[in-house]
Design a protein around this ligand. Sequence first.
Ligand code: ARG
Length: 266
Amino acid sequence: MCPPTHFGVTYSINPWMHVGKPVDADLAVHQWETLRDLYLSFGHEVELIDPVPGLPDMVFTANGATVADGRVLMAKFRHEERAAEADAFRAWFAQRSFREVRDPERINEGEGDLLVDGGIVLAGTGFRTDIEAHEEVRRFFGRPVITLNLADPRFYHLDTALAVLGHGQIMYYPAAFSSASRDVLAALYPDAIIATDADAEVFGLNAVSDGRNVVLPQPATHLIGELRKRGFQPHGVDISELLKAGGAVKCCTLELRGAKPSGVHE
Ligand code: ARG
């Protein structure tokens, strides 16, 4: 995670960002700290990257890389405004001993578009990540990659439209996908939780699950009910300030899969 010390909406690269709309910086920090404390209360370890002045979206660490089996594929950002974040994330990983840290050839925005579900990777494209990056992901991680086409600019990253819950379950918003991708998802996940328009519009799918606890924006009340019905423990959080940049819970969280605890990475 990255503290939102320099957070703000100083440019607009997605439909949620309105330059000039005030952001309460203290509230953003408070909301982010609440999220971090929640992860700690579940017994998870949280590692931090230092925020860089002039990079207001750096709080959205999910976009910095994709990590599986202790191997790291770095991000390459679509927009110039975020390009320098890649260097900061690369430096962070380089200072730790992950098994491999790879620079990408094609544009990919990390876990914004690349969601690991057990042995496979669900990969979004259409707005940010190049479709050609999906093949790179397949080669690097040696896992099957399922390409999913995003069709609604409000849901520009896969993690705004779909969340991996664990135990082979997902929740998603069908209207965010092309009709062919909707068919793929329906075939792969016939029992998925289907988000309503209202769930999706409050970023309810921008959620983090550890297989038991699911953290998501608290206005996503329908999803919270569905998760509870299926035996998950949902935790609604107020993430209003970060939403002004088009990000929520998952965006603030990069999962270090296969990393050794306490900063010792093999
Ligand atoms: N303002 C950021 C952007 O548009 C938000 C990124 C949200 N991150 C995410 N994983 N969806 O790039």
